[in-house]
Structures are given as structure tokens and as C-alpha cells.
Write a protein that binds this ligand. Structure first.
Ligand code: NAI
Length: 662
């Protein structure tokens, strides 16, 4: 039998039959480090199923031969090139039919899942009779299509709710959130969980076990009943309406509707396939995905340096303390230095809260705490691969500190500054190896902001830049290469945007109305709430530095003179209670307010690009999306402006709530 399988000349699979007649089908996509279900790969899977239809094995185990994981999903580039309704429908139909076929083969099938199992990969696994997950921290199962503005149309919307119940399934499908191996087992998504060293033996036993396919319990069956589904969908829709009242993101509504009305089969509503797959939102979210991949690629480790094992941070304030905690969370040894012992103690307290929040296992949280070492005298400096300076924003103080640090540095270490406003050119005067100073500019709050600007000049040592990028990648953040200019990219763009918002306040528009205009546009937070969050004093300093001679708005001066600095003092433009601003109802949004607020942001992004702060327009858009949360469905400020200019009308409207569920 092995020889006949060989005759199929598979490029993306390797198949062997063992003595127990179990077929081991290993996916190993050619010319790629990860497995993706492209048209080519799916066609080969079809050939394999044809072959086994004639000569059924005793069982089929589908596994991955890539160390990266099981399957990373469909081939997204195929969605980017959709040119017709027919093409869109054929992509959905291809996966739906293939997995239907897999689900109905006569022999038992099992997906052996280690590492990522995403999108189409999970839909393939759902079509198997059994799923066995490997207990490995990298194992992660998700249907993240919604994040690309599309839906899991290859059977996910049909099979997942039946397997784990609609409540857990809708949560996974509407948020794209992953579950790890243990949770997958707990919620019934996996039939078993196994240690890595036992996985083959366990897979062989399970596939031949004769255990019946997992069936939903009575409550889950009831909730999946055609007459109950619309009621559940209506409740879920209410939540969606609150989160996205403008309907910028049509895919979650489509998922609810396809599940409720068509039992998860998108092919029964072909017009919706087309409207979702070819929507501007989907196109833009796919663009954002590619931008994110591009930033991630900057963070890939280079060959000329070892992974960063030890980080030394000087300055245990708002930023330094949280940077140190984040690095310890990500597994590095961190020594944390400050001239003030209490600042270190406070940083350790915040760090412990972070560890317990992020690491559910108490022992892991304790281990992370142990990795964060208080170091008043800087004993860690000679051991560190990366030394990050995050002391107060004062040129002389920073230069003085560098004089003390530099002689102790390892020859291959980099010295990095978290400065937001001082230039590398000035900071490095006095260093004997000035080319080893880079900027690694984190955003506040460190744990929540995915972007880190890596600041360089023409004189910076390329090896130091590579190490800085790799370090940022190693801690799971997105590095953006920027040139050393005032405000770099993100702060330079935010300053005039915040200034314009305060000018509107001076002219009588209420803060709630300004914020409502921008959240309706799709920003995660309005500019007035943002100013309160970063602090009015910091907004003033940034404004002074970055908006030239522009006079300070009256509303800002008045509050500063009263000592109202925003969230940190409990009062700024809003009164803050329990970490939240107290807001009144906004007025109706005046015509052109949105355009007026967005314009300085877009214009400055263009200006920073023209000044060479970032290398190209895509990087500018990526920086603003991941550094400010700029409405992802627009594809970024420059892309948004280009589409506005070329179409002269707003992004395609989403179906209304009524359309989605009626
Ligand atoms: P901070 O005032 O909260 O903390 C500064 C810390 O440095 C204090 O704990 C202080 O005791 C310590 N320090 C000062 N001189 C020292 C020295 N010579 N040796 C050892 N410790 C010393 O300041 P923050 O906000 O954390 O800012 C730090 C740096 O990060 C600044 O360069 C700032 O521009 C930058 N930054 C700040 C952001 C923010 O939102 N706060 C955002 C991004 C960058």
C-alpha cells in the first residue's frame, strides 16, 4: 500500500502505514516554515482521501511534520486576490466539501495537535472523529477568522457549536481568542491530552479505540436547536451592538446569522459570502495582518547574536518598572536598578500583580518574580545582553549615567534608551562606542501596547540595531524601525491630534462629544480621555516639543494651574472614579468634527513619512495602528486617506442589526 501512496507524488504530505494499518499522514507544506491550507494543499488532501476510499486504513492520524505547529490556517493570500463572487464562493465551497468528506469517511480519523492549530487547521481537526492535543505551552487552538474580517466557513461555524456548545463556540468565533491544550480538553474540544513523549502511542490507541464520536450533551443539543439558535444569537448581537454600534466590523454579525439561520453553512447564503469576503473591512484587516507579520519579521533573531538572557533596567519608575516586569514575564533574568529603593519595591508589587494576572499557575508567577532582581548598585550591568535606561527625561542625568555604565558593558551588549523626546545624537556624546546606543521606545502601559519603536541614526551599528529588534521580538512585541527625530513616529503624530481636540474644547464642544466622534470613527479611546490617561503634564511637554510655537489651549492651562493632571490625580478633563472617567451623554456629533480631528493625524503621518522617519507608507500605517489603536478596519491612516481620495465616499456600510438576524 505504501508504494501506491508514493505514486500520488505528494509535495505537501508524507504518508506511512504502520504494521497496525494505521495511516500516519504528516503535513509538511513545501517551501514554507508553517503549514497552510492553500488550494494546492487541499487538492493533495483530496487525492489522499480518494486513495483511502479505495483502500481504507484501520485508522488515519493527521499530524504535522513542522516544528512550528500543526496548521496555521488557510492561505490568506488567496483571500486577498478574490476578484468575483464566484471565486469567493468557490473558496468556501472547496473547504466545506473537503472537510464534509473527511467527516464522513468509513475509517476512524484523528488530528494529533501540537503547537498552533488555527482557522482552517482547526476546521480540519473538527472534521476528524477524534482530536488529541499535546500538553505543550505552544499548543493553541483558535478560529481567528473574525480578526481578518471573515468567518470560519469550512465547517467551523457548524461543527464547533455542536461539539462544545454554542456559548463557548460563539465566544471563540466572535473574538478569535485561542484556547490552550488544557482548556481545549476541559471544554470538550479535544478528546484527550497527552505528554509530548507519549503522543504517537496515545494517538494510535485512540484512533483504534472504537470510542464513539463525541456527542453534545442534552443542554448543548437544545441550545443548538433551530428554534433556540435565533434567541441566543439575538442576545449575542446586543453585545456586539454595544461594542461596535457603527457596524464597522460586519463579520461577527455574519457569523451569528449564518449559525442561527443556516446551522453554520455559509453556502446557503451566497450573497453574504461575497459581501463579507470582498468587503473593504476584510481587505483592510488582511492588510493589517500582513503589516503585523512584517513588523514581526523585524523581530526575528539574527544569526550574529545569541538570544537575550539577561536585561538590566535602570530607572524603576512608570516605564522602567513595567519594562522590567514584562521582560521577566517573558522568561528573561532582569536586574532592576534605581536610586530610590521605594520605586523598586513599588515596581515589584506591580510586577507581581502582572505575573498573577498573566500566568495562571502560581509556581510560574513565583518563578517570574524570582527572575526580577532588585539591584540598587547595578551589579547586573556586566552580565546583561541589553541595558535599558529609563530614568527621568533629563539629558545631563542620562549622559552622566552612561559614563558610569559604558565601561562595565559586555562588548556584545547594547545600551538602549527609552527616551521619548531626546535625540540619540545628543545622548551619545561622551560615549566611547556611541554607535552601540539605540532607542528602544516602549509605550505606556507597557503590558498592553504591542508596538515598540526601535530608534536608530545613520551612525548606529547595524549589529546593535539587529539585536535591539530581536530583543523586542523575543519579548513578544512588534518592533518598528524609526529614525531619531523629535517624537519619532507615534508621539509626533499623536501630539497635533490631541492639540486639535483641545482646540475644539476651547471652542465649546464638550469632551464627551469629541470622544464620541472618535470612538464612532473606530478609535479605541477618544483623544480627550487619552490626554487624561497619559497625563495633562506629559501632553503639555509633548505639545511644546512637537507642535512648534503653537500656543497651549486654554482648557489645558486652566487644569494644569489647578494641578488636575488627569487620571493620576483623579481629575483632568473628566473626573475619574475606580480607574474610569465619569462621562455624561454626548451631544449629537457636529458635521465635520470627525474630519477635523482626524486631519492633523493623517497629515502628520504623511509628513513623518516624507521626512524619512519610517521607510515606507506601510510601516507608517503599521506604526500608527499598533502604536495608537487607529481604527484597524480602515487599514491605517494613509491607506484610509488614499481610499477616501480615490472613492470619495466612506467605507462600505455593514449590514444593519435587523438584516443580520431577521
Ligand atoms: P519616572 O519619573 O516614573 O521614573 C524615573 C525613575 O528614574 C525614578 O524612579 C527615579 O528615581 C529614577 N532615576 C532618576 N535618575 C536616576 C539615576 N541616575 N539612577 C538611577 N535611577 C534614577 O519616569 P518615566 O515616566 O518612567 O519615564 C522614564 C523614561 O521613559 C523617560 O525618558 C521618559 O521620557 C520615557 N517614557 C515615558 C513614558 C510615559 O508615559 N511615562 C512613555 C515612553 C517613554
Amino acid at each position: 500500500m505504501a508504494s501506491t501512496i508514493d505514486a500520488l507524488n505528494l509535495r505537501h504530505f508524507h504518508c506511512s502505514i504502520d504494521t497496525g494499518r494505521i495511516a500516519w499522514l504528516g503535513i509538511d507544506c513545501a517551501d514554507s516554515s508553517v503549514n497552510r491550507l492553500s488550494a494546492d494543499v487541499m487538492a493533495e488532501l483530496g487525492k489522499v482521501l480518494d486513495h483511502f476510499a479505495l483502500k481504507p486504513p484501520a485508522g488515519l492520524v493527521i499530524h504535522s511534520r513542522k516544528s512550528a505547529g500543526f496548521i496555521a490556517g488557510a492561505d490568506i493570500s488567496e483571500f486577498s486576490s478574490l476578484d468575483s463572487a464566484e471565486h469567493a464562493r468557490s473558496i468556501v465551497s472547496r473547504g466545506w466539501s473537503m472537510f464534509d468528506r473527511l467527516a464522513s469517511v468509513s475509517y476512524p480519523t484523528l488530528a494529533l495537535i501540537r503547537g498552533h492549530c488555527l482557522g482552517g487547521g482547526l476546521e480540519l481537526a473538527l472534521a476528524c472523529r477524534y482530536r488529541l492535543v499535546v500538553d505543550d505551552p505552544a499548543t493553541s487552538l483558535a478560529l481567528p477568522e473574525v480578526m481578518l474580517g471573515i468567518f470560519p466557513g469550512w465547517g467551523g461555524m457548524h461543527r464547533l457549536p455542536r461539539m462544545i456548545g454554542p456559548v463557548a463556540a460563539l465566544d471563540m468565533m466572535l473574538t478569535g481568542r485561542p484556547v490552550d491544550a488544557r482548556k481545549a480538553h476541559r471544554i470538550g474540544l479535544a478528546d484527550g491530552i497527552v505528554a509530548p513523549r507519549l503522543m504517537e502511542r496515545a494517538a494510535a490507541q485512540m484512533v483504534l479505540s472504537g470510542r464513539p464520536r463525541r456527542r453534545p450533551g442534552p443542554v448543548q443539543s437544545l441550545m443548538n436547536h433551530p428554534s433556540v439558535r435565533p434567541l441566543l444569537a439575538k442576545q449575542a448581537l446586543k453585545k456586539l451592538q454595544q461594542k461596535d454600534p457603527q457596524g464597522h466590523y460586519p463579520a461577527p454579525r455574519a457569523i451569528l446569522d449564518i449559525w442561527a439561520r443556516y446551522n453554520g453553512n455559509a453556502l446557503k447564503t451566497p450573497e453574504r459570502i461575497n459581501s463579507i469576503l470582498q468587503s473593504d473591512t476584510a481587505r483592510n484587516l488582511v492588510r493589517v495582518f500582513h503589516l503585523q507579520e512584517r513588523l514581526k519579521a523585524f523581530g526575528k533573531a539574527g544569526k550574529d547574536h545569541a538570544p537575550v538572557a539577561h536585561v538590566h533596567v535602570v530607572g524603576a519608575g512608570v516605564m522602567g518598572g513595567d519594562i522590567a516586569a514584562w521582560c521577566a514575564l517573558k522568561g528573561m533574568t532582569v536586574t532592576l536598578q534605581d536610586q530610590d529603593r521605594e520605586r523598586i519595591a513599588a515596581a515589584q508589587g506591580r510586577a507581581y500583580a502582572l505575573f498573577t494576572r498573566k500566568l495562571k499557575d502560581k509556581r510560574q508567577a513565583r518563578a517570574a518574580s524570582d527572575r526580577l532582581i532588585p539591584d540598587m548598585r547595578g551589579h547586573g550591568i556586566p552580565h546583561a545582553n541589553v541595558v535599558i535606561e529609563a530614568i527621568s527625561e533629563n539629558l545631563q542625568a542620562k549622559q552622566g549615567l552612561y559614563q558610569a555604565i559604558e565601561p562595565q558593558l559586555r562588548p556584545d551588549a547594547i545600551l538602549a534608551t527609552n527616551t521619548s523626546s531626546l535625540s540619540l545624537e545628543e545622548l551619545r556624546t561622551g560615549l566611547s562606542r556611541p554607535e552601540r546606543l539605540v532607542g528602544i521606545h516602549f509605550f505606556n502601559p507597557v503590558a498592553r501596547m504591542p508596538l515598540v519603536e526601535v530608534v536608530e541614526t545613520a551612525q548606529t551599528d547595524p549589529a546593535a540595531i539587529r539585536l535591539a529588534h530581536a530583543f523586542v521580538g523575543q519579548i513578544g512585541k512588534l518592533p518598528l524601525p524609526v529614525q531619531s527625530t523629535p517624537g519619532f513616529l507615534v508621539n509626533a503624530v499623536l501630539a497635533p491630534y490631541m492639540l486639535e481636540a483641545m482646540r475644539c474644547l476651547d471652542q465649546g464642544t464638550r469632551p464627551e462629544t469629541i470622544d464620541a466622534a472618535m470612538t464612532a470613527f473606530g478609535m479605541p479611546m477618544g483623544p480627550i480621555e487619552l490626554i487624561d490617561t497619559v497625563g495633562l503634564d506629559i501632553a503639555r511637554d509633548a505639545g511644546r516639543q512637537l507642535t512648534g510655537n503653537a500656543s497651549m489651549p486654554n482648557c489645558l492651562e486652566t487644569r494644569l494651574s489647578r494641578g488636575d493632571l488627569g487620571r493620576k490625580t483623579g481629575r483632568g478633563f473628566y473626573v475619574w472614579k475606580n480607574g474610569k472617567p465619569v462621562k455624561q451623554q454626548p451631544d449629537p456629533i457636529p458635521p465635520r468634527l470627525t474630519e477635523r480631528l482626524i486631519e492633523p493625524l493623517v497629515v502628520t503621518t504623511r509628513r513623518q513619512l516624507d521626512a524619512g522617519v519610517v521607510a515606507d507608507a506601510d510601516l507608517a500605517d503599521a506604526g500608527i495602528i499598533f502604536g495608537t489603536g487607529f481604527a484597524p478596519f480602515t487599514g491605517g491612516p494613509l491607506h484610509y486617506m488614499d481610499t477616501q481620495n480615490s472613492t470619495r465616499h466612506a467605507p462600505a456600510a455593514a449590514p444593519t442589526a435587523e438584516e443580520a438576524t431577521s
